[in-house]
Design a protein around this ligand. Sequence first.
Ligand SMILES: Cc1ncc(COP(=O)(O)O)c(C=O)c1O
Length: 460
Amino acid sequence: MPDTLRDLRSREFARLDAAGHAYLDYTGSGLYAESQLERHMELLQREVLGNPHTESPTSLPATRRVEAARADILDFFQADPSEYEVIFTANASGALKIVGESFPFGPGSRLLMTADNHNSVNGIRSFAAARGAAVEYLPLDGELRAGPLEPYLGSAAAAPGLFAFPAQSNFSGVKHPLGWIATAQAAGFRVLLDAAAFVPTSRLSLREVHPDFVCVSFYKMFGYPTGVGALIARHPALLELRRPWFAGGTVRFVSAQNQEHLLKATAEAFEDGTLNFLAIAAVPFGLELLRSLGMEAVNRHVMDLTAALLDGMVSLRHSNGAPQVRVYGPHDLRGRGATIAFNALDPEGGLVEYERVEEVAAEARVSVRGGCFCNPGAAEFAFGYTAAESYRCFHTMAPTDFTLQQFSSCMHGMPVGAVRASLGLASDESDVQRLLEVLAALRDEPPGTGARRLPPVIGG
Ligand SMILES: Cc1ncc(COP(=O)(O)O)c(C=O)c1O
C-alpha cells in the first residue's frame, strides 16, 4: 500500500478501524474523508448562501458555488467546456432518466444495450418501447463480457439510435471497451456511457473518449455529498433531446394564457426546481481529494488488493478439496475493476445462499452486498438462466404472489443472488484478509436446508 494511501486511512478514515469495520461495498457507496466534511462545514458556517439565480448578495455566492462545481467537474474529467456541459441531478439514475425520457426515440430507431447494465439504464427501454423504438441487448460470454459489438450495430437507421453500456460493471467489475464509443458513433448511434461504477477508481478522460452522455453519482466517487449526481452531455446530443415537461428553473418564458413555454438553452433546461446547492458546494472538495491522490495511484492500489482477494478466494478449499467459492466474471486482472461477484459453495459443490454469507460477514463487521445489485442481465448470464425457463417461472406466479424464493424453486433451485465485494481508496490488506476469514469460516459447513444447485459455468 503506498504511504500516501496508508496515511490517508489513519488520518481521514480512522472511524473505520475505530469501529472495527471492514468495508467492502465501495460500488454501493464510496466513503468520505473527514477533511471533506470539515471543509464543507467551514464553508457553510462562514458564508450565507441563499437560493441561487437571483442578484441578491446571498444568492450570487450560491450561484458562484454551483457554477464553480460545474467547471471543476468538467476539469476533473478533462472535458472541453466548448464540447460538454454538466447537468446536476440527484444521482446517476436521475441523469439516466433525463436521457431516457428526452431521447428522440421513434418508430425505426433503436435502443441497443449490453445485457450487463444497471436497472437505471435498463429502465430506458420503457421510454424507447413506448415510442415504438426497437430494444436489443448484446449477450455476455463466460467472463460476463459483451461483444463483439460490430455485428449488433448494423446501422442506427434514419431515426436516431442510442447505445448504452457501463464503463465498468457494477456486478462483475468487467470494464467494457471504451473504444466502443467511437465505433457506435461511426455507425450513427448516440452513446450513453454509465460511468457510475468506473469513475471512483479509474480515470475517465473526455479528451480521449467522447461519449454523448455520461452519468455519475458523486457519493460513489468520494462518499459525500449524497443526493448529487450529474449528466455530462455533449452539446449536439443535448440539443436533440426533447424534454417532456418543464419546471421551475428550466424555462425562459411561460405563458399561462397561451399555454406556451420556452426552455432555457443551457444545462439548466434539465435541472428541475431548486438544485441541492449546499451539497453541490461540497463536490469540489471530493474532486480535490481524488486529484491529490491521483487516479492512477488509486487504481493501482485497489487492483493490488483485488489480485490478493481473487487469489485468496479461488484458493479456498473444503477439506475434501472442493472449491469454496465461485467467482463470476474474470478471475484475473485483465479488463476489470475492483468489484468481485461470487457465491460460496458447500463441500458438495452446492450453493451456500448469499444470505448466509451476508449473515456470517455481518457478525464479523464485514460489509459486503448480497443480491443481484440491480443488474439482472449480468446475473442471468452469471447464473446460467435460459430465457424460456425464466419466462415460464416468472409467469407461473401472479404479480401479487411473486417472491424470489418461489422463483428460485421454479428455476430448479438456481441462484437468485450473489455476494459482491468491492474495494475503494480507503481499503487496505486487513479488509481483504477479513473477508477471506469470513469465507474460511464457512469451510466444511454442510449443505443448508435450502441448498441450491449451481449450473455449469457458461462458456467455460
Ligand atoms: C453502474 C451503475 N449505474 C447506475 C447506478 C445508479 O446509481 P444511483 O443509485 O446513485 O442513481 C449504479 C448504482 O449502484 C451503478 O453501479
